[in-house]
Design a protein around this ligand. Structure first.
Ligand SMILES: C[S@@+](CC[C@H](N)C(=O)[O-])C[C@H]1O[C@@H](n2cnc3c(N)ncnc32)[C@H](O)[C@@H]1O
Length: 457
């Protein structure tokens, strides 16, 4: 029999916000039924307009705030919430850090792992303008090339000149590049009819080096007036050391295409992390919050307890940032990563830092973990830093068969972390220190964590 829901679409209802979701939405409860709404904080009483009702939960819009949370702060503009650039901007920063700690604790509790402790989130002093990388879509508005962002879950384009959480110099470079492209009548991509030229501008900036990389992502191979455009961009932005064109001719939401060519300068920018130098190419993964990444790596390496005698595996190593940091304190480090260009960077980076105790492999971490296990490699420590989908069961099995003393798990998704911890615990490992959340993404609901697992005696 169909259950009668306590609310119907378009109803106006008063409710109390009891929680925040992992996306930063307020959760209102009406007779036990959850309604998710933007811009609502725990403890606040609100009047809601019900927009959508589903079997288990619905969505609503706040039409009036009846009480205000002491943790509410004035945001920097509606667009940053609407686009998902800064969905937590209305929550005071200390409360954001508490929210992230609670998010991890709640997930552990749901998985019956409530006895695992979670430390206070390690935050940053200036929680804005931290991103060293931008990938902004470009569209034509009123006849002008315009940078912006899409409203969450839609294709509605909102124009923006400042992106709040991104390095301010990156914002400036985007505007300068757009003005030059406009002058040479480069057209903006139109996704409806799949026409026009410029799809995105990607910019990376070295936190210490201040070097800038600009990548023009185009639908077409041809960039009209290329020579003049290149000359003007390089003259207008003297800090650009790498200007590239990436061609993405597919009808897709994926930003970068397969082909990239250097238009001026070099293929990479250089930057530093914890005193080590890194060359970073356009397609390589590189942590976006350099200040917090230094802390994250320091904490992960401290927890690995390296003395200089250990054999270490760094799975999902990217351009080798953690591998190199560990190589300074270990006997030997093996790294694996699926992006070929990232491994090329990792090898160059080892040489750049005069480190010769590393071996890097291109491929699937799961396959390499099994290969290393078959080859009889005996790591003392395995570091894993997977993408959001976490680890596979087969990787976890190969890793534990090698019987490392410690497994240090750096995670950007607490849901998959908790799932994977359960597997490790079934295979003879225990979480021996409180889990540490590190705030890599202030103003957003993303949480990064460091967890240490040790082999049971
Ligand atoms: C969260 S990043 C971590 C990178 C690096 N540890 C760092 O801190 O810069 C995850 C990395 O895993 C890589 N990756 C994704 N799937 C993979 C797989 N199946 N096998 C190996 N590497 C993979 C991605 O290309 C990316 O570089």
């Amino acid at each position: 029999m169909k259950r009668k829901l306590p609310v119907v679409k378009n109803q106006k209802v008063e409710a109390k916000i009891v929680d925040l979701t992992y996306q930063g939405m307020g959760v209102a409860k009406v007779d036990g039924y959850s309604l998710f709404c933007d811009d609502a904080l725990p403890g606040e009483k609100v009047k809601l307009h019900v927009l959508k009702v589903g079997k288990n939960f619905g969505y609503a819009k706040v039409i009036e705030r009846l009480t205000t949370s002491p943790d509410r702060v004035t945001g920097k503009g509606k667009a940053y919430s609407q686009t998902g650039i800064a969905p937590l901007q209305h929550l005071a920063y200390p409360a954001q850090l508490k929210f992230k700690q609670k998010l991890v604790s709640d997930l552990l509790q749901k998985a019956h792992l409530a006895d695992l402790a979670v430390e206070q989130t390690l935050g940053m002093a200036e929680p804005y303008a931290y991103r060293n990388k931008a990938q902004v879509p470009v569209r034509e508005l009123d006849g002008k090339l315009t940078a912006g962002f899409f409203k969450r879950g839609s294709h509605n384009f909102l124009p923006l000149t400042g992106f709040l959480i991104q390095d301010k110099r990156i914002d400036e470079v985007i505007q300068k590049v757009l003005a030059i492209l406009q002058k040479y009548q480069v057209t903006a991509y139109d996704e409806v009819i799949h026409s026009g030229i410029l799809r995105h501008i990607m910019v990376r900036r070295g936190h210490y080096s201040k070097e800038v990389m600009v990548v023009l992502v185009t639908r077409t191979n041809k960039l009209p007036n290329k020579e003049a455009i290149v000359t003007e961009i390089m003259a207008a932005c003297p800090d650009v050391v790498s200007l590239q064109q990436n061609i993405n001719s597919k009808q897709t939401n994926v930003i970068l295409g397969d082909k990239t060519r250097v238009l001026a300068g070099q293929e990479y920018i250089t930057d530093q992390l914890n005193g080590l130098k890194f060359e970073i190419s356009a397609k390589s993964f590189y942590q976006v919050n350099p200040t917090q990444t230094e802390k994250l790596y320091q904490e992960a390496i401290k927890r690995a307890g390296l003395t200089g005698n250990e054999t270490v595996i760094d799975a999902y190593c990217g351009i080798g940032t953690i591998s190199l940091s560990m190589a300074k304190h270990a006997k030997k480090v093996y790294g694996v990563e699926i992006v070929e260009a990232a491994i090329a960077d990792a090898k160059k980076n080892a040489a750049l830092n005069n480190l010769d105790n590393l071996e890097f492999e291109v491929g699937n971490a799961e396959d390499w973990m099994a290969t290393w296990q078959e080859q009889g490699i005996k790591p003392d420590v395995i570091m894993v830093d997977p993408p959001r989908k976490g680890l596979t069961q087969s990787l976890i099995e190969s890793a534990t068969k090698m019987q490392p003393q410690k497994i240090v798990y750096v995670s950007c998704n607490p849901a998959t972390l908790v799932r994977d911890l359960q597997s490790f615990m079934e295979l003879g490992y225990d979480v021996t220190q409180p889990i540490l959340p590190v705030d890599q993404f202030p103003q957003t609901a993303h949480v990064e964590t460091v967890t240490v697992l040790e082999r049971k005696k």
